[in-house]
Design a protein around this ligand. Structure first.
Ligand code: PMP
Length: 400
């Protein structure tokens, strides 16, 4: 649907029409997003919050209006709970570092899951190393479904935070995050969700979920790269120290001591990426105009079709077959390295991703070097899945 909005898709690669199935890595951007950003730079570009001049006022208004749109999109109580970052990675680093500084002490524990992206492992390892805390892991089963039964027994009076992914980027699993949050909260433990793969596919209502933090990137939801959001409940953000120091985040500065600005600015040091924030706002408007429910239903149809067609291929093993899945299909071909397959599939003009997808621990559990991953977005079509199937069959013939 709406394919014509994405001009980049209208091109030939190696003499074949481009099929873009690397949407879990980044989605393409519709014209309205590109235009909104170029309009910003052409008409009102200026630094925000500081200048009393006209352009600065206009840019500031647009920036804060974008914050409000994001607040409404995720149903946050306050717009100051929406903190702009460079993306999910920076958002998680912010939570780990700042929450960790305030609340982690030697012997404390952080719970993550076994299917986390490296972005939701390494920041916790860094802060745990600094604070003498340790990480515990919720396992998943052979289908890639989280073993929720094993979660509660991991909790002790030393557990300070749970940080898990809403949707796995390598397995496609949609995790039962509400259940995890309810269990964690019954022990008084806050929960951070990595929403990088969920935000453009699932309606996220942070109040209904009651999550304490929610992190996502603009570039995986038809918006620009270099912009993301860290949502945090006011009660936590008020108690957490700044993540970075600099301009914008202060109230007063002397050479001896500084005091910090109120939320959200306390966490937004330096000049923000205003053009990207405006692009992200447009991307959200774009998604809302089509309707997330409609997008989700369409992607579900693509997933079903993709699984059905790929299942017809002999010696193809799916990696990640949990009952609740987003439109991500990971698979391997018996006896063929995913990288070798990826090179041939690319030559047929189909962009898939091969490798460990920044989830090496997941690959270790399945004892595989990586997978071939096709991930769908609203502009993909069933005929493109047929092209993927054709490409996979070609790989098999070449390696026979
Ligand atoms: N978490 C998950 C589940 C992801 O899929 C990704 C991106 N692949 C990230 C975190 C990191 O996102 P970014 O690179 O946009 O910071």
């Amino acid at each position: 649907m709406n394919r014509e909005d994405f001009i980049i898709l209208d091109q030939k690669i190696y003499d074949r029409h481009l099929v873009y199935f690397d949407n879990a890595a980044t989605t393409q951007k519709p014209e309205v997003v590109l235009n909104a950003m170029s309009d910003y730079y052409r008409t009102i570009n200026s630094n925000i919050h500081r200048g009393a001049h006209y352009l600065s006022q206009r840019a500031t208004d647009r920036f804060e209006q974008a914050r409000q749109r994001i607040q409404a999109f995720i149903n946050a109580v306050y717009s100051h709970e929406v903190i702009f970052t460079r993306g999910t990675t920076e958002s998680i680093n912010l939570v780990a570092s700042s929450f960790g500084k305030a609340f982690l002490f030697p012997g404390d524990e952080v719970i993550i899951s076994g299917m986390e992206h490296h972005s939701n492992i390494v920041p916790w390892q860094l802060i745990c190393e600094e604070k003498g805390a340790k990480i515990k892991v919720i396992p998943f089963d052979e289908r890639g479904a989280l073993d929720v039964e094993k979660f509660e027994p991991l909790i002790t009076d030393k557990t300070k935070i749970v940080a898990i992914t809403h949707v796995s980027n390598s397995l496609g699993t949609i995790n039962p995050v509400k259940q995890i949050i309810d269990i964690a909260h019954s022990h008084g433990i806050p929960v951070m969700l990595d929403g990088a793969q969920a935000i453009s596919h699932i309606r996220v209502d942070v109040q209904a979920l009651d999550c304490d933090f929610y992190c996502f990137s603009g570039h995986k939801m038809y918006g620009p790269m270099g912009i993301g959001v860290m949502y945090g409940k006011e009660k936590w953000l008020e108690k957490m120290p700044p993540y970075q120091g600099g301009g914008e985040m202060i109230k007063t500065v002397t050479l001896e001591k500084s005091t910090y600005a109120d939320l959200p600015f306390k966490f937004e040091a330096g000049t923000p990426s205003v053009g990207d924030v405006i692009g992200l706002e447009k991307a959200i408007e774009y998604i809302e105009n089509i309707g997330l429910a409609k997008i989700a239903a369409y992607e579900e149809e693509l997933l079903r079709y993709g699984v059905e067609k790929l299942s017809e291929i002999e010696d193809l093993d799916f990696v990640g077959t949990a009952p609740h899945k987003a439109a991500i299909i990971s698979f391997n071909l018996k006896g063929i390295h995913p990288y070798d397959a990826g090179v041939i599939i690319d030559r047929i003009g189909v962009a898939v991703r091969t490798g460990h997808h920044c989830t090496q621990p997941v690959m270790d559990i399945f004892c595989i070097p990586g997978t071939i991953r096709a991930s769908f977005a609203l502009y993909n079509e069933k005929s493109e899945i047929d092209r993927l199937v054709e490409a996979v069959r070609k790989v098999k013939t070449m390696f026979k």
